[in-house]
Design a protein around this ligand. Structure first.
Ligand SMILES: Cc1ncc(COP(=O)(O)O)c(C=O)c1O
Length: 399
């Protein structure tokens, strides 16, 4: 599929220039249609009913999970459906049995969703060791290795930074985790659907994924990968319908993994939509997506960086899909608002839920950055329009 064909499946792209894929992506028609099919034709709960509608819904959910598992090279028995990436990380942080004096290592460029759940473990006496990245937001795997000591239990790293697009060497960090026999979690919120994420190749124990970003699935979907070997180390923190095999008045027997983590009625339509979105991404082809995204990112960075009074963040050689920038002396929210008003351009502005990262790149006092982020549906004309509009704003208001 070409970019123009994908654009034809996303009507809102006729109305705006959407450059906020890092927040969430618009949902293509075939994905919406798969959800409508559920609502119109077999809207029933899953894993419960003996009637044919319920059996069909259960089967469709099962197929969706298989698609998701294949997409990251895992088995469906290793996948827990969640409402988003944040929930997936919290399941791990709150489900592992940490002890007082244990420590967790994270780089200082993380999204709050891969920072706060670990920081919060200090209530249990767990220390968070925050490893400094370089000025372009890259963590040297050896600084992670140097931070490891006898207290370290887990390393948690974001694959691609949502704040500035820097790409971490998750394979090399995975090797360190294996050598030192540590747990390893990756936050793949900004990589899945944008590039190949092969979880067994990365060698992670846990990985957190959104369904609503790079895979072009609906909001309210995400999933957790948990390596088979680690399943027994994770305790569910939310119990209820669907999580047990047997219950007496004073005890219960947990379901197997992943059912024990999927209590209550989930976002059935959403997960069926997520399955359809994986089909859609496969139809375009990840290689094609990757090639286009790299070209768009380079164009985005170079056209913005060449504008007078504009500062771009990150190393253009090592960013993917995301360019963070500022117009000197302007608050990023003002820039974003003007871009919307005069150009119908949707970009994110502010701290991007990554305040430590924004402090690290020196953009905190300015109020954060303006962030443009792309996917396969974006084209070069849109990047050019962004650049000319930013130039106009910088000429009028920048200093
Ligand atoms: C790197 C990263 N991690 C986690 C999240 C949280 O994702 P979700 O909204 O799916 O919980 C985001 C969202 O932007 C992100 O970019």
């Amino acid at each position: 599929m070409e970019t123009s064909e994908v654009r034809a499946d996303i009507p809102l792209l006729e109305k705006v220039i959407y450059l906020d894929a890092a927040s969430t992506t618009p949902t293509p028609k075939p994905v919406v249609e798969a959800m409508c099919d559920y609502f119109y034709n077999y809207n029933a709960n899953t894993g419960r009913g003996a009637y044919s509608l319920a059996i069909k819904a259960t089967q469709k959910m099962k197929e969706a999970k298989q698609k998701v598992a294949n997409f990251v090279n895992a088995s469906p028995e290793e996948i827990v459906f969640t409402k988003n990436t944040t929930e997936a990380i919290n399941i791990v942080a709150n489900g592992l049995s940490f002890e007082k004096g244990d420590s967790v290592i994270v780089p200082n460029i993380e999204h709050h969703s891969n920072f706060l759940p670990w920081l919060n473990l200090r209530k249990k006496g767990v220390n968070l060791k925050v490893v400094k990245t370089d000025s372009s937001g890259i963590v040297d795997p050896y600084s992670i290795e140097n931070a490891v000591d006898e207290t370290t239990r887990l390393i948690a790293v974001t694959h691609v930074s949502n704040a500035i697009g820097s790409v971490q060497d998750v394979h090399e960090i995975g090797k360190i985790a294996r050598e030192k026999d540590l747990l390893y979690l990756i936050d793949a919120a900004q990589s899945i659907g944008h590039m190949k994420v092969d979880i067994s190749d990365i060698n992670a124990d846990f990985a957190a994924f959104p369904g609503h970003k790079g895979t072009l699935g609906p909001v309210g979907t995400g999933f957790l990968y948990c390596n088979q070997k680690r399943v027994s180390e994770l305790e569910p923190t939310s119990l209820g319908g669907g999580t047990v095999l047997d219950v007496s008045e004073d005890d219960f027997e947990l379901e197997t993994f992943p059912a024990r983590f999927e209590g209550g009625t989930g976002n059935i339509a959403g997960f069926i939509g997520l399955g359809a979105s994986i089909d859609y991404i496969n139809r375009i082809g990840l290689n094609k997506i990757e090639k286009h995204s790299i070209n768009l990112t380079q164009e985005l960075y170079s056209s913005l960086a060449s504008i007078k009074n504009v500062t771009c963040y990150g190393n253009p050689q090592n960013i993917y899909g995301i360019v963070s920038f500022n117009i000197n002396n302007m608050h990023p929210h003002d820039v974003a608002k003007i871009l919307d008003e005069i150009g119908g351009i949707c970009v994110r502005s502010g701290h991007h839920c990554a305040i430590p990262a924004i402090k690290h790149i020196g953009a905190y006092e300015q109020g954060g950055t303006v962030r443009a982020s792309v996917h396969y549906y974006n084209n070069f004309e849109e990047i050019q329009t962004l650049a000319t509009t930013v130039e106009e704003i910088a000429k009028t208001f920048g200093a």
